[in-house]
Structures are given as structure tokens and as C-alpha cells.
Design a binder for this molecule. Structure first.
Ligand SMILES: [Zn+2]
Length: 495
């Protein structure tokens, strides 16, 4: 018997907690009585490579309202034709193997149901814009953490894009803390051991959130949710969503270490910056997302590089981090850059395009670079170029705010041409050489980086660590000129 809350209703439960299978019952009203085609996404936004989630599906069946089988046929690895002609109601059932506990996958066991719908929930081709309800078949003492409206055990979504971007955690162990920042509410959810010093975490979160809001002029949502999964093993992974982020960190036994807390705050600041940069300011080639195939873009140095740059810089500017803490993180990135011979072979733009090929594995030695590391360093160079050329009147913040105003607010995506024109507008100089050498070329970054650091009175040296490895160290020049001090202060001034 079908009970429709909505024309699309998903019922999700833990079908086999020991073997980590969740059960999905998807009830569809098929008013036209036509055949339908259903699609499972092939990838998830935030990780620009194919994931082939359909390999986790078993026991796929389709029934009509009387429980009789409806025939179906697969048309691609993750797309099915359902021969539902003449049936006004269709129920699709399957089990999904949810046994990957990270920030972007799904996991179920006897104590929790953690779902990234983009992994395991399908849409009807041609009906992505319809609202849906998701009913969770979980014990009564489970709390539910999700960016979407939730009533009891039911989650409501306006369309499939929203659903695909709305992970949720259901568990009896979830803890929830909420506080205000400006007019918005920040929610901190913890599954696993929560931060032992919540007062400090709340104060730091408020501080860097306010600093990010000032860059863009507004918080684009009323409520933002940090969904923290704290693991017992060593782990660090975060994924951004429209009004939330999932961050998986471990081991929980390291909470007492200063470096672990610094790392935790850094990844949180990075993911929050995505609230604007990529969830709203998005390359036009990814607007809307096409879940069926690669969405190629050469602009990873903007959506990940600039985000990496600001994630740390905002902590420095807002005082959550000291200059020494900032340098610690910067050194790690610079070290990664210098240790990678791929910087002489492939540009950051080419490497962005190829994330779909090997973006998330070390890959062939000397082939490519990281959009995070190279993009971060390129962003620093651009920021200092604007500060210097404008005499301290502008900085990269202005470009990001303008991108937000001119693209997201206008309902469109951005292009490389627009980004470049904004850099040139605020700097008042040409960025031709910057793009030729740093973005589309390779092997030039250190030269530009040294120049940029020099402008703000910084430099880097090499030292031997305790294991006799050569390590890089960022520091302030011993005798900064007044001009260098001036630009340094603009660079790290509060927004
Ligand atoms: Zn990111």
C-alpha cells in the first residue's frame, strides 16, 4: 500500500547493520502513466572525479501498487529504464552498501545512519525539479543533523539538486550546539567525541565566520551546519555543501594536541569559505551540475586554490592564529609544492581539467600539480600584486566580493575572462604575464612567489629538520622597509 506524502517519497533504513547495508524504498507517483528513466549520480560535487556509486547497489527491484513486478533495463552503468507504462504508482527498492566513513560517502551500522544522498539516491530524468520527502526508519531516540527542514523523522527537499547536496547524520549519540553570528545561526554537530574545549571552539568559529562574512558583505544563508565526524583513527577530510559541511577528523585521542586543534579549525575555515566560493560563486561550466558525466573545468585554482588561501589567511587576519601558526601551515603547502617535480610539467589549469583523471591520487611522478597547493600560492601572488599595484587600496577580497555580486547574485556562473578582468580592474595593471606563467604555464611559480613575499617583507629559507630533511620555513625579513610593513599590514588586516 502506498501512502504518499509527496510525489517522490524515499524511505531509508538500516537493512543490515552488521554488513553495512541500507535499504531504500522510493515511491513515485507516475501521473502520466509513461515509462520512466532513473539515474544515480556518477560523481559528487567537491570531488571532481567519477565515483561509480552504482557498484554499491544490490537487490534492485521495481513494483507497482499491487506489489507486482515492473520490468526494467539498465541503459548505462548508473541509469535504468523502468517500463512503467500504464502504472500510476511505481516503487523502486534496493540495498546500498554504505561502509565508507569519510566526509563524502555514506555509512551505516547499528548506531548510526550517515548518508550523502548524492551517493545513493536517484532522480527521474526530466523530473529533477520536483520536491521530495525522505523518511528515515530509525529508532525514536535518534537525532537528525541536516541542512534541510526536518520534522520528526522526515526531511523535506525542494528538488534533487538540493537533496544531492544535503548530507545527514542520524544517531542517538549526536551532540548539538548552536549560536548566533550576526543574524545567522551556526550549528556544531558532533558524531564521536566533541571538542573538549567547546567555549574556545565557539569563540574561534564566531571570529573566523564574522571575518569571512565581512569579505562578502553578508552570510548567504540563515543557518549553517558543521557536521563533524570524529574518528578514532588518523583522518582529515572535508566536503562543502550549500548550507553545511561534513568534516571527518581523527584520531579523537589527539584533541589535546595544539596541532590537531589548529588543523581542525583550518579545515573548518576552508569549508566555510566554500559557502561562497563554489557553492555560490561557481564556474559556468558547472552550473548546473551534470551528475551523469565529467564536468571539466580549468578553474580549480579559483574554487579550491583561493579557498585554501583564504581558509588560513582569515584565521591569521582575525587573530584565531598567530603569524607563527599561519607560517606552520604555509610551510606545509610550500613544501608540497617544492617536492613535486610535476610543477615543471603541467600547469595548474591543466591539472584542474585532469582531476577527473587522477586528481585525487599521487599519480605518475612528475606529471601534474595540486589545484589546492598551486592555486593557494597563485592566489597569494595575485593578492599581493593587487595590493602593491593599487597602493594598498584594493586586495583579492574585492575581486571575490565582485565575483559574488556579479555572478551568484545575477544567477550565473563565472568565467576565466571575468576573473581576470576583475583582477585587472582592482589592480589597475595587466595580468597577462600572471596567467601565461602561473596559471597556464609551469615552472615560474617560485620566481613570482619570491617577488610577492618580498613585497610584504616575507621570505623563505631552507633548514634541516631533526631527521636531516631539508624543510622550508617562511619568516619575516629582518629589516623590513616601511613600504613592506605597510603592504604586510594591508595583506593581513581584518576584512
Ligand atoms: Zn575545498
Amino acid at each position: 500500500m502506498f501512502i504518499y506524502i509527496c510525489n517522490m517519497h524515499y524511505k531509508i533504513g538500516i537493512s543490515n547493520p552488521v554488513e553495512h547495508f541500507m535499504g531504500v524504498q522510493w515511491q513515485i507517483k507516475n501521473d502520466t502513466g509513461q515509462n520512466i528513466r532513473v539515474q544515480l549520480p556518477s560523481w559528487r560535487p567537491g570531488r571532481y572525479e567519477l565515483a561509480s556509486y552504482a557498484k554499491n547497489i544490490r537487490c534492485f527491484t521495481v513494483k507497482d501498487k499491487m506489489g507486482s513486478a515492473i520490468q526494467f533495463k539498465k541503459v548505462t552503468k548508473d541509469c535504468w529504464d523502468i517500463f512503467s507504462e500504464g502504472h500510476e504508482q511505481v516503487q523502486i527498492e534496493y540495498e546500498y552498501y554504505a561502509n565508507q566513513y569519510d566526509a563524502g560517502a555514506s555509512y551505516v551500522d547499528g548506531g548510526m545512519l550517515y548518508i550523502n544522498p548524492v551517493n545513493c539516491m536517484m532522480y527521474i530524468v526530466g523530473r529533477m525539479d520536483e520536491p521530495a520527502t525522505i523518511e528515515l526508519d530509525v529508532p525514536d531516540d535518534y537525532k537528525i543533523a541536516c541542512q534541510l527542514r526536518t520534522e520528526g523523522k522526515t526531511i523535506f527537499t525542494q528538488n534533487f539538486d538540493e537533496l544531492a547536496d544535503s548530507p545527514f547524520v542520524a544517531s542517538a549519540q549526536l551532540t548539538h550546539t548552536t549560536f548566533k553570528v550576526n543574524d545567522g545561526n551556526i550549528h556544531l554537530w558532533f558524531q564521536g567525541q566533541q571538542c573538549p574545549d567547546m567555549d574556545r571552539l565557539i569563540a574561534d568559529t564566531k571570529t573566523y565566520t564574522e571575518a569571512q562574512i565581512k569579505i562578502f558583505g553578508e552570510m548567504p544563508c540563515k543557518d549553517f551546519h558543521f557536521l563533524y565526524l570524529i574518528l578514532k583513527t588518523t583522518f582529515r577530510h572535508g566536503v562543502e555543501h550549500t548550507d553545511s559541511t561534513v568534516i571527518a577528523m581523527g584520531p579523537e585521542s589527539d584533541w589535546k594536541l595544539a596541532a590537531f586543534y589548529d588543523n581542525f579549525v583550518a579545515i573548518s575555515s576552508h569549508e566555510l569559505f566554500h559557502l561562497w566560493n563554489v557553492k555560490r560563486i561557481r564556474p559556468e561550466e558547472m552550473l548546473p551540475y551534470d551528475f551523469t558525466k565529467e564536468n571539466y573545468s580549468e578553474l580549480g585554482y579559483i574554487y579550491e586554490g583561493i579557498t585554501t588561501y583564504y581558509g588560513d589567511l582569515v584565521l591569521l587576519r582575525s587573530g584565531v592564529w598567530s603569524f607563527e601558526q599561519y607560517c606552520e601551515s604555509f610551510n606545509g603547502d610550500l613544501q608540497k609544492h617544492l617536492a613535486n617535480p610535476g610543477r615543471f610539467n603541467y600547469s595548474v589549469a591543466e591539472s584542474s581539467f585532469d582531476t577527473w583523471l587522477d586528481g585525487y591520487v599521487p599519480g605518475v611522478k612528475g606529471r601534474k600539480v595540486s589545484i589546492y597547493t598551486e592555486g593557494m600560492l597563485a592566489a597569494l601572488v595575485a593578492d599581493v600584486m593587487i595590493i602593491k599595484a593599487s597602493g594598498g587600496k584594493a586586495r583579492l577580497d574585492d575581486v571575490m566580493k565582485a565575483l559574488y555580486e556579479q555572478t551568484f547574485k545575477a544567477g550565473k556562473g563565472y568565467t576565466k575572462t571575468l576573473y581576470r578582468s576583475l583582477l585587472e580592474k582592482y589592480a589597475g595593471i595587466s595580468f597577462q604575464n600572471y596567467f601565461d606563467e602561473l596559471i597556464d604555464g609551469c615552472g615560474y611559480l617560485e620566481t613570482h612567489l619570491k617577488t610577492a613575499l618580498h613585497e610584504i617583507g616575507l621570505t623563505y629559507i631552507f633548514e634541516l629538520d631533526a631527521l636531516n630533511n631539508k624543510v622550508v620555513k617562511l619568516l619575516k625579513q629582518s629589516n623590513q622597509t616601511a613600504g613592506q610593513q605597510y603592504y604586510f599590514e594591508i595583506w593581513c588586516k581584518k576584512p
